[in-house]
Design a protein around this ligand. Structure first.
Ligand code: MGD
Ligand code: MGD
Ligand code: MO
Length: 759
């Protein structure tokens, strides 16, 4: 029953294109996921594993951060959740023999797809300085090597501790504790590339960087605006929630440069009715130009201000600050400029306004389409202005809903994975653990890359993720990584970051969510926090992929003991033995986790407090919810250029490529495609099916080129183009980031399309 071996590499990238679909999920989704799962796991394991996803006694799906509904179907089924599980529970293995057969140089020529398809890592592996192959190494020796390099540094700030968002609360808490006891706040994380703009905008305006709605709120809303998000692929379980909201009378506006199948029609695989016909989700589709959202919300705000009785005066006067200045800027919004920025019509905006005014309870959901632009923070602040105006925060059925990506990315932040920790958090650590944590801010992702490039950081340690492929400006990032003395990756699967290394490198293989975690005190559970601030337990059931794996928690504890030695008074050994003792400490350090062990033992877990949601209290500098005013920005393109967004296909999880299809968009068997509006393509002389290079233009004058993309005529907004990440990360300049949040502007890359030399 072993999984089928992967295909050879180079992967044949030969895209075939058909018309895009207008509905998501349904029977094809089930068939598709079962096929992928059985290739990886065989039939029996597929059945056993998929039944445990997101059940109260099971493990948290390692897919997205969408919350679990109260009444779960037998299997809270989701095609892409099933694929995420299959990738982890695969029966394929990457053993020391594999590394003996492949040099690191060879691995660096392979596609990310091929690397990931090789299976689970089984042994700690070490690449010695000057060596061509990774060789097996004992855990003790691995920790010695890390300790040697960390001790040799001129300052703890020359080390970087990256985190990807699958790490459990327990492991994350200990990891940041270790980094700070060692002496640095250099804790960059995937959030820096993801929802950092949401965190920045929300902390400043409502006083907490998290969403203010629970799942029940969606069911109570009159109007849900989904802006810059493709839930059909990236948060498929959200479609069931939207379906239920609609059944309860909600209306839905979708704001997106692309018509995404999931938002058009959802065929719920849990119900017979859904299977056959499905439910239309979107009532109004606003096909916006990339980066036009701030202008759109600004004009809506002006129109609300101009409508008699539309503003919730009582809420504004009691709970907000900065109204006058904001209102002045909103009144200056210009129709013509907005129509240019958004590409929308007057009629569409009038219709939007009617729906907005008809709603007493409005929610705005968003994801990467709003967060990865230069002006993302002011854009999200404008969304907050929009909601504050009509009192849509802190009442049932209303609020802000940034939909997170990685399954525990929100929890990791709550646990202190942050390069700019709040002083109160550090004070609590100091009280609890009796050491003086560093106070100076650390590096985020972009600054970490610069630090390696400039030889200011020399040890790179990653708790999960695939840093070189996920980060912008691939060539710059890879060159920076190669300058490091030591790169270490705690990983489940092989990826490109294992092949682009510092002088020395380590791969530390770890348990996944689906696997049994046995420690001194017995079987352990871990905890996670979803996108709506619900904390619950996750218990793995499968036998670990190899007997040589350590849990992330155990890796941190052993590393900390080895590096910090007797200087640390933290009971690392006890923590490793019994994760409940870690939760006791979290309960004393992180607000909202009081009585953590008891509360997380309850089926379904508990909700973290959220002052704006729970009591309309806004813990900001002014003590109120802050209206903000900023100039309207939107991308302005030079003649003959397009604005490229880099996004996900249906067959990938970030840099993990499940397959070469993007079913809903009608693309098969290839990823090097660029979607272009047919009229733009006509003007630029780009025939459908022709091949082009994408060349990014940025003020530094450096030419960044991604060669050989098949042109697909596609109904995206005018002036816009789309292509997949991570193949296009080479085009995103390191310095092209969002103001304030410093998130790479991966959704607005100015490109010109040049005929490919090869064709
Ligand atoms: N299966 C699967 N699930 C995932 C992931 C995955 O890779 N695969 N990744 C996880 C992670 S880490 C994250 S962060 C989320 C990502 O979830 P999404 O944010 O849905 O992911 P993207 O593919 O980046 O899609 C961005 C969407 O925004 C739209 N968009 C782009 N620019 C603009 C704009 O300027 N304005 C507006 N209004 N819309 C715009 C795009 O057309 C697209 O629909 O998903 C998580 N879940
Ligand atoms: N151009 C462009 N770039 C982007 C984005 C974009 O939209 N466009 N999106 C950005 C976003 S939103 C994000 S979140 C980042 C993602 O950045 P990362 O989180 O760094 O990348 P992933 O691809 O999610 O990481 C995959 C790797 O994680 C490891 N892994 C999986 N599960 C586990 C586990 O349980 N434990 C451990 N230790 N390791 C595990 C596996 O080895 C796998 O190869 O990328 C960002 N980069
Ligand atoms: Mo993300």
């Amino acid at each position: 029953m072993a999984g089928k071996p992967p295909q050879g590499d180079p992967v044949q990238d030969a895209p075939q294109v058909a018309a895009p679909k207008h509905a998501a999920a349904g029977l094809p989704a089930i068939g598709h996921s079962l096929r992928v799962a059985q290739q990886q796991m065989g039939v029996r394991r597929t059945a056993l594993t998929l039944l445990r996803v997101n059940q109260k006694e099971g493990f948290d799906c390692p897919g997205c951060a969408w919350p679990e509904p109260e009444h779960r179907h037998k299997a809270e089924f989701c095609e892409n959740g099933a694929k995420a599980v299959a990738e982890e529970a695969t029966l394929r293995r990457v053993t020391p023999d594999f590394f003996a057969a492949h040099t690191v140089a060879d691995l660096a020529t392979r596609s990310g797809y091929w690397l990931g398809q090789q299976g689970r890592l089984t042994h700690p592996m070490y690449l010695a300085e000057g060596a061509e192959h990774y060789a097996p190494v004992s855990w003790e020796r691995a920790f010695d090597i890390i300790a040697e390099e960390l001790t040799a540094l001129g300052s703890p700030d020359e080390a970087l501790f990256y985190t990807s968002g699958r790490t459990s609360n327990e492991a994350a808490f200990l990891y940041q504790l270790f980094a700070r006891e060692y002496g640095t706040n250099n804790l960059p994380d995937c959030s820096n590339m993801c929802h950092e703009s949401s965190g920045s905008a929300l902390s400043e305006t409502i006083g907490i960087g998290k969403g203010s709605v629970l799942l029940e709120d969606l069911y109570k809303a009159d109007l849900i605006i989904v802006a810059g998000q493709n839930p059909g692929t990236n948060h498929p379980r959200m479609l069931s929630a939207l379906e239920k909201a609609k059944a309860n009378g909600a209306r839905i506006i979708t704001v997106n440069p692309l018509p995404e199948a999931g938002m058009e029609r959802f065929k719920n695989p849990q119900t017979p009715q859904g299977m056959l016909k499905g439910a239309a989700l979107t009532d109004l589709f606003l096909q916006i130009r990339i980066g036009g959202d701030q202008a759109l919300f600004r004009l809506l705000n002006k129109l609300i201000l101009e409508t008699e009785g539309a503003v919730d005066e009582a809420f504004v006067s009691e709970h907000t600050h900065g109204y006058e200045e904001f209102a002045q800027s909103a009144r200056a919004a210009d129709w013509d400029e907005t129509l240019t920025a958004t590409g929308l019509t007057r009629a569409q905006i009038d219709e939007t306004l009617r729906m907005v005014l008809a709603s007493k309870r409005t929610i705005v959901c968003w994801a990467m389409g709003l967060t990865q632009h230069k002006h993302s923070v002011p854009t999200i602040r404008e969304v907050v202005n929009f909601l504050l105006l009509r009192g849509n925060i802190g009442r049932p059925g209303a609020g802000v809903c940034p939909v997170r990506g990685h399954s525990n990315v929100q929890g990791d932040r709550t646990m202190g994975i942050f390069e700019r920790p709040a002083p109160a958090f550090l004070d609590a650590l100091e009280r609890e653990f009796g050491f003086a944590p560093p106070r100076e801010h650390g590096y985020d992702v972009v600054r970490a890359i610069r630090a390696m490039r400039d030889d200011k950081a020399k040890v790179f340690f990653a708790m999960g993720g695939n840093f070189v492929s996920a980060s912008p400006d691939t060539e710059v990032t890879e060159a920076a990584m190669r300058r490091a003395r030591l790169t270490v990756h705690v990983s489940t699967k092989l990826n490109r970051s294992h092949a682009v290394t510092g002088a020395r490198a380590l791969i530390l293989p770890t348990l996944g969510r689906t696997e049994r975690d046995l420690q001194g005190s017995g079987e352990q559970v871990v905890t996670v926090e979803d996108s709506m601030g619900m904390v619950h337990a996750s218990r793995g059931r499968l036998e670990p992929a190899s007997e040589h794996l350590l849990s992330e928690t155990a890796i941190v504890c052993r590393l900390a003991r080895r590096v910090l030695g007797d200087e640390s008074r933290t009971p690392w050994e006890e923590f490793e033995k019994d994760y409940a003792t870690v939760r006791d400490r979290i309960a004393r350090v992180v607000p909202g986790f009081e009585d953590f062990n008891a509360r997380v033992a309850e089926p379904g877990g508990f909700a973290l407090p959220h002052a704006p949601r729970d009591e309309r209290r806004f813990p900001t500098a002014t003590g109120k919810a802050n209206f903000t005013a900023a100039p309207v920005e939107y991308p302005k393109l030079p003649e003959g250029r397009l604005l490229l967004q880099t996004l996900r296909s249906h067959d990938q999880y970030n840099t993990t490529i499940y397959g070469l299809d993007d079913r809903y968009r009608g693309i098969k068997n290839g990823r090097r495609v660029v979607l272009v509006n047919p009229e733009d393509a006509h003007e630029l002389g780009l025939a459908d099916g022709s091949y082009t290079d994408l060349v990014s233009e940025w003020q530094d004058g450096v030419e960044r080129r991604a060669p050989g993309f098949r042109v697909v005529h596609y109904p995206t907004a005018r002036g816009c183009a789309a292509a997949y990440y991570p193949e296009t990360n080479v085009l995103v300049p390191l310095d092209a980031t969002a103001d304030t949040s410093n998130t790479p502007a991966s959704k607005s890359v100015v490109v010109r399309l040049e005929q490919s030399a090869a064709n």
